[in-house]
Design a protein around this ligand. Structure first.
Ligand code: SF4
Length: 434
């Protein structure tokens, strides 16, 4: 039996797609490699969101070739979609696929072997509006499952390469989403994460009458066995009274929102082509807390965007003090060829970017610890997922996505229990099951 390996870079959507491809290989008579075993076939699912991600993708291709010089190699995903010629230039790659038609990887590998030449099927992403159905429900991690509901993005933030890699928005049929949710519930999953490239755009490609993100949340909540629904990442515009009322009424929507901010300066938000101001962002956070008082707000912030002076950076530093974030992911600006910001004047020098990322990360550490400490003495519902490296503990996540550990009890895995929080240890809360 031929051995295969799927190497994944990048986001949860890439991980979801890689799991679907693993299932495809396994149901087509291939066997997944174990440990350090070399494979006969490698699929590298690439990322190009930053220059570093693209470099890591190239490294994985050469690593596969080193592991087995005779292996067949397919390079797929965002990096292939945006710059297929750079993949061709690597040499020794048999199949090149972008962000569509990934389900054809085995057929194309076999055809490339027959022809003895490289097959490149990367086409113009803008022409393809159909959602690429890939069913991932595999038994990897038995507590939380990612569920891809949408593809692509029409926002064109000035720094972002994703719309050029993933194309225009396309939404999955809502009945297919519910069907996959039922499969997951039948396998014992209690939590699903609705994911995509721009989930709040769900349904907008199918006309005014079609379902929207909140309809998907409600339909998924009706599936027996599913007890928690999480959203991957959303933007302030989707947060309305109606959205939050219906979300809360499902009694399964988790009180955790990854609400991308990107900058705390209105000047920079405008240059980024983001569709909100800092005041609107704050307003939406307050609205979330009106409906879900314990809600965690996590976010992404880019530092060192072209034109970001010290003063504008200070605006970001003081803005984050008013939000009470649970976590901030800090990214130094990465110039991506093909995006408008690549050619913006006043590019910030590397050392300044590094310093700003350091300063904001330092502040972030204190902010996230203060947020965790605010739950000491409180009760949180935790879905236990694994036994921690410290043998005497079992760990899991609360609905507002805080990591919690309790005295080890093997029966806890994949169970939801209420935990009284007693103390914090680093970034983990410690408590007792009540
Ligand atoms: S919303 Fe902006 S940052 Fe997010 S994927 Fe779309 S273009 Fe990129």
């Amino acid at each position: 039996m031929k051995k295969f390996d799927v190497v994944t870079l990048g986001c949860k959507v890439n991980q979801y797609e890689s799991e679907a491809l693993e299932k495809l290989f396994e149901t087509s008579g291939y066997e997944k490699v174990q440990g350090k075993e070399a494979a006969d076939v490698y699929v590298i699912n690439t990322c190009t969101v930053t220059g570093q991600a693209a470099a890591k993708s190239r490294q994985q291709v050469s690593r596969a070739k080193k592991k087995n010089p005779n292996a067949k190699i397919a390079v797929i995903g965002c990096y292939s979609q945006v710059t297929p010629e750079e993949i061709e230039a690597l040499g020794g790659v048999d199949v090149i696929i972008g962000t569509k038609h990934r389900g054809r990887v085995i057929e194309l590998l076999e055809e490339s072997e027959r022809l003895g030449s490289t097959i490149n099927i990367v086409d113009n992403i803008k022409q393809n509006q159909e959602f690429d159905e890939l069913d991932s429900s595999t038994e990897r991690d038995m507590t939380r499952a990612y569920l891809k509901i949408q593809e692509g993005c029409n926002m064109y933030c000035s720094y972002c390469i994703i719309p050029y890699a993933r194309g225009p928005i396309s939404s999955r049929e809502i009945d297919n989403i519910v069907e996959e949710t039922q499969n997951l519930a039948d396998k014992g999953y209690k939590e699903v994460v609705l994911t995509g490239i721009h989930v709040e755009s769900y349904g907008k490609d199918k006309g005014k009458e079609y379902y929207r993100l909140i309809d998907v949340v409600e339909r998924v909540a009706e599936v027996n066995g599913i007890e928690r629904i999480r959203l991957s990442s959303v933007e302030p515009r989707v947060i309305t009274d109606e959205f939050l009322e219906r979300y809360k009424d499902t009694k399964k929507g988790c009180d955790h929102f990854h609400l991308s901010l990107q900058s705390g300066s209105d000047t920079i938000l405008k240059a980024m082509n983001r569709k909100y101001t800092t005041a609107e962002y704050k307003e939406k956070v307050d609205l979330i807390r009106k409906y879900l008082p314990k809600a965690s707000i996590t976010t992404d912030i880019i530092v060192g965007f072209p034109g970001e002076t010290k003063e504008l950076f200070e605006e970001t530093m003081s803005f984050v003090d008013n939000i009470t974030f649970a976590k901030i992911h800090v990214f130094p600006f990465s110039r991506r060829e093909g995006t408008p910001a690549y050619d913006f004047p006043n590019q910030v020098q590397g050392p300044d970017k590094k310093q700003r990322a350091h300063d904001l990360s330092l502040k972030e550490e204190k902010i996230s610890e203060d947020f965790l400490d605010s739950f000491i003495g409180d009760n949180l519902d935790v879905l236990f997922e694994f036994d921690s490296s410290q043998p005497q503990f079992s760990e899991g996540y609360s609905t507002n996505y805080l990591r919690v550990k309790v005295q080890r009890d093997d029966d806890l895995i994949n169970q939801i229990r209420t935990v009284k929080i007693m103390e914090r240890e680093g970034q983990v809360l410690k408590g007792i099951v009540i």
